[in-house]
Design a protein around this ligand. Structure first.
Ligand SMILES: C[S@@+](CC[C@H](N)C(=O)[O-])C[C@H]1O[C@@H](n2cnc3c(N)ncnc32)[C@H](O)[C@@H]1O
Ligand code: FES
Length: 336
């Protein structure tokens, strides 16, 4: 879906000027070229310089850090044509400059995509190769969960996909009762089949959006949530889900998260993103990198590791623990 969002009033951005604006968690640069407005990403692909603070001359913006040059109408990078920035359509309404943003996929759209993708999440030994260190994180989380709750009886796998995390935890804590939760029914069916084959415990499958699911109070010793929380949108949703997961844990129980994370400093975000792009290109090619970046852009709203650690503490977890971080992916947890 596309939506025009007001970012500044026309009068405050005279011809020949530009500015950085913040809109829906993104940093964009907007420019007035002889009364026409143009918007591009604010973050310079070189080393994250703020393009909105650059020098605007003859329709081109010069990055304030090292002078890379971009066309503001197209986002084309004159200095490095292979490193353009994204441009956004604009319009003027009621004296306001508005920028057109693609809004993120709905839960329904996300579910439909995952319904078609069960096979990719069904390989325990290979993990999900689109994620950095997915196999390592799977191991680390299973090991941490088993070490923190060695007498656990009940596990919740939130956003279980085809059940890889449950299977890994069961390798160390056999016989657990497992609750599988996912918005996608085909994922749940695959997870139930795989998990039931290895545990003598009760396996229960819940098809629900994590935001709406009833998880009860003090039900689980261990909760894992791998590559699912980045679908939460607003800060309020993040808080409500963390509160719910905290309530659902027994005292002393632990929550373990592996996920895509973003970074607080735009220049660091740029560097980490570049490294992640290099990783995707190395395992396949550039079109695979673009494909993965494309669905992340459409579907995901990750939060930084520090945001999540702070929130875990704020909702009542007594200890937080970081297991691993590499570029845009982190494995971490907390004890109730
Ligand atoms: C990237 S997969 C990860 C699967 C599994 N945790 C793993 O690491 O192999 C994300 C899973 O979360 C599910 N999902 C996405 N949004 C969800 C939501 N709001 N509530 C519950 N499940 C959701 C998807 O259907 C998908 O199966
Ligand atoms: S030219 Fe933009 S950060 Fe170096």
């Amino acid at each position: 879906m596309r939506e025009f969002i007001s970012v500044t009033d026309v009068a405050s951005l005279p011809p020949g000027h530009g500015r950085t604006v913040h809109v829906r968690g993104r940093e964009l640069a907007v420019f007035n070229l002889n009364g026409e407005f143009f918007a591009i990403d604010n973050t310079c692909p070189h080393k994250g310089g703020p393009l909105g603070a650059g020098l605007l001359k003859d329709g081109r913006i010069f990055c304030p850090l090292h002078g890379w040059e971009f066309e503001v109408q197209t986002g084309v990078c004159i200095t490095r044509p292979d490193r353009p920035v994204k441009r956004y359509p604009t319009q003027v309404r009621d004296g306001q400059v508005q920028i057109c943003l693609e809004t993120k996929s709905t839960v329904q759209q996300i579910r439909q995509r995952f319904d078609q993708d069960v096979e990719r999440f069904s390989h325990l030994e290979a993990g999900n190769t689109a994620q950095v260190d997915s196999v390592l994180s799977l191991e680390l989380i299973a090991e941490a969960a088993a070490a923190a709750n060695p007498t656990a009886q009940a596990l919740l796998d939130a956003g279980c996909g085809a059940g890889n995390y449950s299977l890994k935890v069961l390798e160390r804590l056999p016989g657990l009762n497992v609750t599988l939760l996912d918005v996608s029914q085909p994922m749940l069916e695959r997870a139930k089949e795989r998990v039931s084959a290895v545990t003598a415990g009760i396996v229960c499958a819940i098809q629900a959006d994590l935001r709406q699911a009833e998880l009860g109070v003090a039900q689980f010793d261990i909760i894992v949530a791998a590559a699912v929380l980045h679908h939460l949108r607003t800060d309020e949703e993040w808080r409500e889900v963390f509160v719910k997961l905290h309530q659902a844990l027994k005292s002393g129980g632990t929550l373990w998260i592996y996920d895509l994370v973003e970074h607080a400093l735009p220049e660091i975000q740029g560097r980490m993103w570049e490294r992640y792009g290099g990783y995707l290109t190395a395992i396949k090619d550039e079109s695979y990198r673009d494909h993965v970046f494309d669905y992340i852009e459409r579907e995901d709203t990750p939060k930084s590791l520090t945001f999540q650690l702070d929130l875990l503490r704020a909702v009542g977890f007594s200890e937080v623990e970081v297991l691993h971080k590499n570029t845009c992916f982190a494995a971490f947890g907390a004890r109730k």
